[in-house]
Design a protein around this ligand. Structure first.
Ligand code: BDR
Ligand code: CA
Length: 318
């Protein structure tokens, strides 16, 4: 017998970005497991102006599920380094699909970091932050409100890697795009689950999977299929893979279905020194985690069950 549980209240923070879009749709279509309190946009795959526009588009794509969800725009640049984008992967718009609805609404006037502070303080210990972009908004919130790391239930971050990078040989894109912010969050004392490349590269949107999304027959399935087809071009050319990796949806699934994943506590530090390893998340795989270790790193997943979940949830949307 499954015991019914209350949905986990979550804030989505990301840089949509086509895999962010699929991830947010997965969350918005899963009201029994997660209640999306708000979405926040940050610089990253494309500039903030564009990720903010795209956030409104995703809420529109989600239909009813997006209607009550407010949107807050955040940081337009990293804390220290100069901004980097990933238009080669996500297109200049960040959402390379031919027909998209207009954004559901403009962002609220409150900054995303202020929104996080107010919302998490109002419900200490309850709210999970799912971050699928550079951690600038979260780091700003943690610096403005030093009580916040102890009040957030958990930060689940798609970023970093136990092994190689994707944007550089050493660094994953979200870590590289703001390594100083990642350092602030990973050393904040907050409970963090890191969903890095070593995990997310286990889940590829192959042509069969893309076809299954398209065959759902709804608009959300068609848009996901179109975005993932564009994405596959980069993954084929750059890595010789048979499709794009479902990075950001995997992070959302780790909250919806934690039973599909294996996480291990370990010491994780981000290299913020200029040089070959700038932005690398150095993971102490063979160290003994102490009681103070608050970063748990995703190691393995049940990929077929994850994709079945994604398909079933996208089918619920218009
Ligand atoms: C991450 O970088 C971005 O390009 C994707 O949206 C994902 O969050 C993968 O390295
Ligand atoms: Ca992202």
């Amino acid at each position: 017998m499954t015991i019914p549980r209350h949905p986990t209240p979550i804030i989505l923070d990301g840089d949509p970005g086509l895999d962010d879009a699929v991830a947010w749709m997965l969350a918005l279509a899963s009201p029994a497991e997660v209640q999306v309190l708000g979405v926040c946009s940050v610089h990253g795959n494309v500039p903030l102006e564009r990720t903010s526009h795209n956030a409104g588009v995703i809420l529109a794509l989600a239909g009813e599920a997006g209607h009550q969800v407010p949107h807050y725009a955040g940081a337009d640049r990293p804390l220290v380094r100069e901004a980097v984008t990933a238009a080669a992967v996500h297109g200049d718009s960040g959402l390379p699909a031919a027909e998209l609805p207009a954004p559901l609404r403009e962002p609220e006037t409150l900054h995303a970091a202020e929104y996080m502070i107010q919302t998490i303080r109002a419900r200490p210990g309850e709210i999970t932050l799912i971050a699928t972009g550079p951690l600038t908004n979260v780091a700003l919130a943690f610096r403005l409100a030093p009580d916040l790391p102890a009040k957030v239930r958990e930060v689940v971050w798609m970023g970093g890697s136990t092994a190689h990078g994707n944007r550089t040989p050493a660094a994953e894109f979200n870590a590289l795009a703001d390594p100083h912010a990642a350092h602030v969050v990973l050393t904040s004392g907050a409970q963090v689950r890191m969903v890095g490349l070593n995990l997310t590269m286990q889940s590829i949107a192959t042509p069969d999977r893309v076809a299954a999304l398209h065959a759902l027959g709804n608009r959300a399935g068609a848009v996901c299929a179109e975005l993932l087809t564009f994405y596959a071009g980069h993954y084929r050319a750059r890595y010789g893979l048979n499709g794009g990796a479902l990075h950001d949806p995997v992070a959302v699934a780790a909250v919806i279905r934690p039973d599909l994943f294996t996480f291990r506590p370990m010491r994780v530090e981000v290299d913020t020194q200029d040089g070959l390893n700038f932005g690398r998340t150095v993971c102490d795989l063979y160290g003994k985690p102490g009681p103070e270790e608050r970063v748990r790193v995703g190691m393995d997943m049940d990929d077929p069950a994850f994709f079945a979940l994604l398909l079933e949830r996208v089918a619920r949307l218009p």
